[in-house]
Write a protein that binds this ligand. Sequence first.
Ligand SMILES: C[C@@](CO)(OP(=O)(O)O)[C@H](O)COP(=O)(O)OP(=O)(O)OC[C@H]1O[C@@H](n2ccc(N)nc2=O)[C@H](O)[C@@H]1O
Ligand SMILES: Nc1ncnc2c1ncn2[C@@H]1O[C@H](COP(=O)(O)OP(=O)(O)O)[C@@H](O)[C@H]1O
Length: 283
Amino acid sequence: MPASLTLAAPAKLNRMLHVVGRRADGYHELQTLFQLIDLADTLTLTRRDDGVIELLTPVAGVAHADNLVVRAAKRLQAHTGCRYGASIALDKKLPMGGGLGGGSSNAATVLVGLNALWSLDLPLTTLAELGLALGADVPVFVHGRSAWAEGVGERLTPVTLDTPWFVVVHPGVSVSTPAIFQAPELTRDTRPISMARALQGGAPTWRNDCEASVRDRHPPIAEALDWLAQHAPSQLTGTGACVFAVFDTQADAHAVADMARVKWPSWVTRGINTSPLHAALGC
Ligand SMILES: C[C@@](CO)(OP(=O)(O)O)[C@H](O)COP(=O)(O)OP(=O)(O)OC[C@H]1O[C@@H](n2ccc(N)nc2=O)[C@H](O)[C@@H]1O
Ligand SMILES: Nc1ncnc2c1ncn2[C@@H]1O[C@H](COP(=O)(O)OP(=O)(O)O)[C@@H](O)[C@H]1O
């Protein structure tokens, strides 16, 4: 194993998200389809012999110790008693708090990458358990497959989804995930459905139960959803703020993204079913 690895941390879209219950601890039971996409941050991990974990590229607004990159590395070190440390450079492309799972994916790439760099040989299931304590979306990125998820997102079944082109638009506001989950009007009793039924229904039946509350509280997100819907059915990812729509061709997606970009940061990206991180490491 070389002493340094440069690895991707891809984003996700929630193609559908149902809130099917609320647990005693206040967390909500979800059913969601996570699709990985080819938009990604890049991390360079360099092994150190002195045990220090250092993030070389600070992220504005996030303290060093709070950064999920640092927390993931320290958690892996604490769990294994490993004496190595790491210097980590993060090239951030994914908008923060946008519902694209960037922070969670960064944490997953650190867990999977350092597992290789430190020759720890932990199975992905153990890394996913370690990651779950850092965020509900970390396990799907540790496993590196588009997936049907239940629980708070930790009960995963890999799926092979279509891989269309997406336009992703950031409406320029930030959404508080706890505020949406505390919203009195949030629908929390969607009847659970089977994965087979969700997949059979396909995109025309997929919706996000958080969308109504997010629309009410954040008019710029409602505006972006309505604007995008003129071109193709639009949806919210996670609890937002990003919204997306599906296109059959790259050219159609670029044409709409070019128009969206006049007003909002926008990306064209393609759905993928396996993470480039796992392809790079052969796991
Ligand atoms: C709902 C999703 C779908 O992908 O939204 P996005 O964050 O991606 O937008 C995620 O599972 C979010 O995961 P994550 O962003 O890690 O949420 P956390 O930090 O764990 O939770 C923030 C807060 O939201 C509430 N929360 C979160 C997840 C959940 N299943 N039920 C909840 O009630 C809890 O109050 C929790 O304290
Ligand atoms: N490396 C990181 N990248 C992004 N966000 C991070 C990171 N470390 C900690 N955070 C915190 O996690 C929050 C959620 O980040 P992110 O995963 O990008 O959004 P979301 O959960 O909406 O998909 C951010 O607002 C930020 O405060």
